[in-house]
Design a protein. Structure first.
Length: 206
């Protein structure tokens, strides 16, 4: 089957090739780090042509971003319970589990230890902008429900949520207490002046 035929099919082999390439890229990032990852090695291990990868992703950087985001999307779905506190606790708990898993920890360390050259910085910015655009929906929905004050920056809320976890897991490597995500969320909500839960209907004036 030609590459053109593969691209035309919405599923089937196209989906399998994409999954194999992204999984292989993720594994190589864990094994080798960002700087040493080579598209030729991804192609060899995934058993696809290198030209197929470049035709689908265009650049090495695009491939890496897609692999990182695919892994995060699978491991860190954005919860929607209808309640800000429950959403944040669920997300923080999932993030703690992901960061302490061998795969998640390796990928996060890869990003944290990557160089500061323009191409790497652009890749890192792309990754975090996409992550915050997705997870920021938690705060954006809470603002609409009246659980957070108008003008609250959704990205800032999520940064404050995840920063303690990244600090303890990636930098200080301290063990995490089971209730740490809940304690982080409660401290964050107090600082934001968030409502205790979804707003209750105001009583009508007689």
């Amino acid at each position: 089957m030609s590459d053109a035929e593969v691209r035309r099919r919405p599923g089937g082999r196209t989906a399998r090739v994409r999954a194999a390439v992204l999984e292989t890229t993720s594994l190589l990032l864990q094994e080798q780090g960002l700087a040493d990852l080579k598209v030729s090695e991804v192609a060899r291990r995934a058993q696809v042509n290198e030209t197929t990868i470049f035709r689908r992703w265009g650049t090495r950087e695009n491939l890496i971003i897609d692999a990182l985001l695919a892994d995060a999307a699978e491991q860190l779905p954005v919860p929607d319970t209808g309640n800000l506190r429950d959403d944040l606790v669920a997300y923080a708990t999932a993030l703690a589990k992901y960061l302490t898993s061998p795969a998640g920890n390796a990928l996060e360390r890869t990003l944290a230890s990557a160089g500061d050259d323009p191409a790497t910085q652009q890749l890192r910015d792309q990754y975090w902008n996409s992550r915050y655009a997705q997870s920021g929906q938690i705060a954006a929905r809470a603002i609409k429900r009246g659980e957070l004050p108008d003008g609250t920056d959704p990205r800032f809320v999520l940064q404050m949520l995840v920063a303690p976890l990244h600090f303890r897991i990636v930098l200080t490597r301290e063990p995490l207490e089971p209730d740490l995500p809940t304690r982080i969320v409660d401290a964050l909500l107090r600082g934001l002046g968030a409502a205790a839960g979804p707003p209750q209907p105001r009583p009508e004036l007689s």
